[in-house]
Design a protein around this ligand. Structure first.
Ligand SMILES: [Zn+2]
Length: 222
């Protein structure tokens, strides 16, 4: 099993859900760029540059590379130093420049060969449908994927918090996000990892539990 697992996948592919399951299953520590950014946006002592970048993000644009590195690398280093079993990223890498920077960072830590990338593949159409229906817990950040079982939930099954649509989940923004983070945009990132034999493709159109089995299998054999 590799020490660094990176989930790639279109918005709504369920990579966040799968990442959390793998944390429970194998004892990895989860680094969610989305959660780190949401936490950052709640701070009162932000620099102008940071406030601007966060506002840009709320409009459906990607967070600038420098801000991703600034929040993710220290968190990753801290967790690796703690000698955790390993770390899982989801939604961290959004362009090939970032992929290169992450790889370089891991090489510096002597972990260049410890990377496994999993692409949870769904169509752009599926991505759109899932995003317009999923919700998030206002209290604990739990994402409630849209399924026939969860459609009627009003409160978070984990903490009882109120469920709401994600702030960035509106139609125009969703379309922009899919364009910026969907399968077409991800191709160069996938090529980067494929060339290095660090990439496995997972069929994300299957049920959540079926996808979990596929993911587990790749992690165990990776
Ligand atoms: Zn909750």
């Amino acid at each position: 099993m590799k020490k660094i697992i990176i989930f790639i996948g279109s918005p709504g592919s369920g990579k966040g859900t799968q990442a959390k399951r793998m944390v429970e299953e194998f004892g990895y520590v989860h680094i969610s760029t989305g959660a780190l950014l949401r936490r950052l946006s709640e701070r009162q002592d932000l620099a102008k540059k940071e406030i601007k970048a966060l506002e840009f993000m709320k409009k459906g644009h990607l967070v600038p590379d420098w801000l991703v590195y600034k929040i993710v690398f220290p968190e990753a280093d801290k967790l690796i130093l703690k000698k955790s079993k390993g770390i899982i990223f989801d939604g961290a890498i959004r362009n090939v420049k970032q992929a290169r920077a992450f790889q370089k960072h891991f090489e510096k830590l002597g972990l260049g060969d410890e990377v496994l990338t999993l692409d949870i593949k769904i169509s752009n159409r599926e991505s759109f449908d899932r995003l317009t229906k999923r919700r998030i817990c206002g209290k604990c950040d739990e994402i409630i994927p849209w399924t026939s079982l969860t459609a009627k939930l009003k409160i978070c099954p984990k903490c009882g918090g109120k469920l709401k649509l994600r702030k960035d989940d509106n139609l125009v923004v969703i379309k922009k996000r899919i364009k910026a983070q969907g399968s077409t945009a991800q191709k160069p990132i996938l090529d980067f990892y494929r060339k290095r034999k660090m990439l496995k493709i997972i069929d994300g159109m299957k049920s959540i539990d079926e996808v979990t089995l596929l993911v587990e299998n790749e992690i165990i054999n990776g």
